[in-house]
Write a protein that binds this ligand. Sequence first.
Ligand code: MUC
Ligand code: MG
Length: 374
Amino acid sequence: MSRIQNAIVYLVDLPIVRPHQLSMHTITTQTVVFIKLTDEEGESGWGEAATIGGASYEEMTPEAIKINLEQYFVPHLLRQDPSSYGKLMETLHTRIKGNRFAKGAVESALLDLYGKQVGLPVYQLLGGKRQNTLQTAWTLASGDTSKDIEEAQEFLYQKRHNIFKLKIGSGNPMENVYHVLDIKKALGDNVRITVDVNQAWDEQIANECLPFLQDGGVAMVEQPLPDWNEEGMKRLTQKFSLSIMADESARSIQDIFRIAKNHSADSISLKVPKHGGLMETKKAAAIAESAGLQLYGGTMIDTTLGTAAAAHIYATMPTFAFDTELFGPLLYQEQISFNTIKYENFQFRIPEGPGLGIEIDENKIIHYSRKIHL
Ligand code: MUC
Ligand code: MG
């Protein structure tokens, strides 16, 4: 088997189509770290770590991910055989603390490379695909009610999305509740509306706002409380019938085990970077499933590459009660790949391999790479 001969890491700032407002940050360009592993035959495998707002979403900044990949990960990868991806990841998990986003990027690159070497799609390496398409939500986050309604109506008309997630962590909580209810009323009963608070409320605000959202037909609320407030999340889970979803509080598989054991959420948002790779994501889903928690196929607003990585692992899993939100590629002004992911009939198609099935446009990545050296 051809061994890894070279590794290169890019830090890339990619413009998006409109500002995307979260509780802690408004995204105008999305920063993504790419790693390319090349074998002795010249075949290459790619992985990415997309982050949101520097250090505002996760402790790991993109700059730190790049340096850590170069300094601490690459030495473990050079001259190694990508077919031992499981063992290689085990070495990284033992030798390097934390760094889940970086681990996720490396594992994707290893799987992409190995899949290309043996001519198989990644989903085939990880259990085989259970479905060819997955339904996917769009996030309305322009910060403006009428713009959001217009955007959603356009996507409904195009049959692109009929599930909409609203970011409501920024600004006055009650005004945001009315913003949600106005959108729900305007879009009618055939759409699913969910909300993401991104940790912005305390328990008292949650207790004030959630009855209105529940009565207004909102299906699920993502991370209403800060990630540390598991007791509060548990009380909300017991009190309300709409699904309380853990996102930022459900990072490691140990977090998910604790949430499952204490039933401190009804549902879990999965994300490949958050858990530290595709295989960890599958473990996370199994732990959640064992406690009857509902699953959601989340995103870090990944490019076509990260979206493909998520799609390959999600395709091998059981049902997603809340479907997925793999809309990332649609938010970027330009794609970093020659091929793209197909969205039609409210579904997107799992990319076919070999590897992740994404042909990277390296010149595009170089074009958007940050020019200042750290
Ligand atoms: C999050 O918290 O879910 C995913 C989609 C989106 O709009 O924001 C991200 C992060
Ligand atoms: Mg979230």
